[in-house]
Design a binder for this molecule. Structure first.
Ligand SMILES: [Mg+2]
Length: 429
């Protein structure tokens, strides 16, 4: 494989310490955990100790469209890199990574592949959103094994190099021979070799099913098989047992959390690098607010506002509609009936989650820090997950250390984001 050089500025251009490459369904996301407490705990650790010098990569069979659907339902962090459609699409902040699509173009004849497959009466094209530049997806109606064999033979006969992936007994994906989750990761690592280098402390891949095996097989990576893994991945991991392969005893994100600790990828270095204390303060503040909202520490709304007020100095703040105000006015606004955010959230206490989707911290002058974050608030009640209800804000804050370990917000600006805008709302660290 010869990755072509990219001129695009992206997440591969910075030196990083660590990278987590995780499958989504049943790995990063445990669909049985309706409160997503395990995922939120993992998010917290990522935001405080890893986000500043590590890469977060999701590698999923979902198309970008189906990824957006999941991201609207579940409290996922904003990834640095998104690998979609079983490795056929690599996206940096929502933008396709051209070197990868150029690489896949070679030897891929989409039209001819589609023409041959469509001649099979047992195959029905899936929805338009699942038809991608380097993926053609069908449903198989009957006699699947024979159909797959026949189609594979016909494609070969026509001189086409196609990866035929048949899964879950119904789905049939046709991909360029050079595409898979593992090949996409190997491509990214080779690009790092030609640029800022691979993550210094290593790469951890996490998965639960058969199409994750290729991730585990990438040379030099650490692996985390979650406890709820399917037999095919379990068999592979049993056959390839090694000190770099960890079999978790917890499902989904709980298993990833265990693996981070097991391999000591969570930073324990002392003294902590500049910015860690600020990040901890901001993530801690958000978590404290979330706990109050969620009724874990049930208190009247006025107490919640007062507690948040302890974090605020006499700086200036913006109401959500962009009106500047002082501290007291801001607190009155937060606690008042006119505010659509906290009052509503408090009214639905016990049914909401709040988390930081991404956070970037920069040092300013005179012991001040600038924080940019994507803040999200969303109901989590089962069956009530919709992107319309979720609120996403871009938050810009200035913090000052009033006394050691105590940080005050001296300026806070909120901007409401439309669904899908989170990608570009936080600049790379
Ligand atoms: Mg999965």
């Amino acid at each position: 494989m010869q990755p072509s050089k990219t001129t695009q500025q992206g997440p591969l251009d910075r030196e990083v310490r660590f990278a987590l490459v995780s499958d989504l369904d049943w790995t990063m996301v445990d669909h049985n955990d309706h409160t997503h407490d395990k995922l939120l705990r993992l998010n917290h650790v990522w935001n405080t100790d890893l986000s500043h010098d590590s890469l977060l990569v999701y590698s999923t069979g979902r198309s970008p469209h189906l990824y957006e659907e999941l991201a609207a339902e579940v409290p996922l962090l904003v990834p640095d890199i998104l690998v979609c459609s079983v490795g056929t699409e690599i996206l940096f902040q929502g933008v396709p990574h051209k070197p990868w699509s150029d690489f896949l173009d070679r030897g891929w004849d989409r039209e001819k592949t589609l023409e041959i497959a469509q001649a099979e009466p047992a195959l029905t094209l899936q929805d338009a959103s699942e038809q991608r530049p380097h993926k053609i997806s069908f449903k198989v109606s009957s006699g699947s094994d024979a159909v797959v064999q026949e189609l594979t033979a016909k494609l070969k006969q026509a001189g086409l190099e196609v990866n035929v992936i048949y899964s879950a007994g119904v789905d049939l994906d046709l991909l360029p021979a050079a595409a898979s989750k593992g090949k996409a990761l190997a491509f990214l690592l080779e690009e790092m070799d030609g640029g800022a280098g691979r993550p210094r402390d290593g790469v951890l891949v996490a998965g639960d099913s058969g199409n994750d095996i290729e991730l585990f097989a990438v040379a030099g990576v650490h692996g985390c098989m979650v406890a709820n893994a399917h037999p095919e991945l379990r068999a592979w991991c049993d056959a390839h047992a090694s000190s770099t392969l960890f079999q978790a005893s917890e499902d989904g994100p709980g298993g990833i959390f265990q693996a981070l600790e097991h391999f000591e990828f969570v930073e324990h270095a002392e003294p902590r690098p500049a910015g860690v204390a600020v990040r901890r303060a901001v993530v801690g503040m958000t978590t404290a607010a979330a706990e109050l909202f969620c009724g874990i520490a049930p208190q009247p709304l006025t107490d919640t506002v007062a507690r948040l007020g302890e974090f605020l100095s006499d700086g200036f703040f913006y109401k959500h509609e962009g009106v500047e105000c002082g501290k007291q006015e801001y607190l009155d606004y937060l606690g008042g009936p006119g505010y659509g955010g906290m009052a509503q959230v408090a009214a639905g206490r016990g049914e909401w989650r709040e988390w930081l989707g991404a956070i970037v911290v920069r040092e300013g002058v005179a012991n001040t820090w600038k924080v940019e974050a994507v803040e999200r608030v969303q109901p989590f009640k089962a069956g009530d997950h919709t992107g319309d209800v979720r609120r996403t804000y871009r938050v810009c804050m200035e913090l000052q250390e009033a006394e050691p370990g105590r940080w005050l917000v001296s300026r806070q600006v909120y901007e409401t984001l439309k669904p899908g805008e989170a990608y570009n709302s936080v600049p790379a660290a």
